[in-house]
Design a protein around this ligand. Structure first.
Ligand code: FES
Length: 87
């Protein structure tokens, strides 16, 4: 579930494939853009399915792929234009 102008919350996932080429339209998820645009291979990130995670969608976090609250420091109206599309 995506939070408007904020992170995506996920629960029940064992692993996610995280984009490292930074060209995915659905960051932090890999959408295979690296195949056509170049860049690094995605990385598999293991998660505890019992936990809820907040995944960054603004690309400003210092704790990739997780939200660290950096989106709250982006002033409006710029904030509403930064977020990647939810899957
Ligand atoms: S969505 Fe929170 S730091 Fe990016």
């Amino acid at each position: 579930m995506s939070i408007k102008n904020g992170p995506e919350e996920i629960t029940g996932e064992k692993e996610i494939l995280v984009c490292t080429c930074m060209q995915s339209k659905h960051w932090p998820y890999c959408d295979a853009s690296h195949h056509t645009l170049g860049g690094g291979e995605p990385v598999l990130v293991s998660l505890d399915p019992a936990r809820t995670y907040k995944l960054c969608r603004c690309l400003k976090t210092k704790s990739r792929p997780f939200c660290d609250g950096s989106h709250d420091r982006i002033p409006d109206p710029a904030r509403s234009t930064l977020f990647t599309e939810p899957l």
